[in-house]
Structure formats: C-alpha cells, structure tokens
Design a protein. Structure first.
Length: 143
C-alpha cells in the first residue's frame, strides 16, 4: 500500500513538473516569436520609409524634408539592415553621386533598386525563386 501511494505521488509530481515545464517553454517560445514579429515590423517600417523617401527624391517636388527622411531612414537601417541591404543601398547612392553629369541611366538605377528590394525581401525572409527575376520599380509621386 505504501509503495502504491509513493508511486501515485511520484506520478502526480512528475505530471505537475511536466506541465510546468511545458507551460514555461510555450511561454518562452511565444514571447520569442512576438519579439521576432515586432523586429520584422520595425524593419519593414524603416524599409518603407527608405523606399518612400527615395520615390519622393526622384520627383520634381523634392524638398529638404525628403533629404532628411532618406538620411534618417538610411541611418536607422545602418543599425538593423542586413549587410546585403546596406551594400545595395550604398551602391545606389554611390551611383547617384558619381553619375550627376548626364551619364545617369534609369535602367542601371532600376537594376540597383531591384537588388535593394530583393535584399530587403531576403532580410524579411520573403525571397522566393519566382520573384528573383521580377523587375521592381519605384514610382515617384510626381510622375
């Protein structure tokens, strides 16, 4: 009788511990996923700021505020973006800076933008094989 009672007690204790451990693990994983989702949303918001600012930068109505918006977005992206995203963003600004004389090519710019968007999608975990050949475009508000 004593052996059965000890066995029943052990089963109850082990069951309670297993439930407590499972609840702790579930809570930890849920909090981790919530943090990852917030991080992705923050990254997405910064990428939207950058692309929106760049679209305005290409319009005839660009202002000092547009320059500030792009600078702010890129400076924050320096903290959160992947290396691939930053390399393509710097490539774009280097291209713009070195081709002010009239040798500027919209085709080349569009290719750099495509690479930026692919890098952003990869950074957000959204790259698929079918999208790799797609030609993205950034539409300016004044066009």
């Amino acid at each position: 009788m004593i052996v059965c009672m000890n066995t029943a007690l052990w089963v109850a204790v082990i069951g309670a511990l297993a439930t407590l451990i499972a609840a702790t693990i579930t809570h930890f994983l849920a909090r981790r996923r919530e943090y990852q989702l917030r991080e992705l949303q923050f990254k997405l918001d910064r990428y939207v700021d950058f692309l929106g600012g760049f679209a305005e930068f290409g319009s005839a109505t660009k202002s000092h505020e547009v320059h500030l918006r792009i600078a702010s977005a890129v400076n924050v992206m320096n903290l959160i973006a992947s290396r691939e995203v930053l390399e393509q963003v710097y490539r774009l600004f280097d291209y713009i800076r070195t081709h002010k004389d009239g040798s500027y090519s919209i085709v080349e710019q569009d290719e750099i933008i495509r690479q930026i968007i692919l890098a952003i999608r990869g950074d957000l975990g959204q790259t698929t094989a079918d999208i790799m050949k797609f030609q993205f475009r950034v539409i300016s508000p004044g066009v």
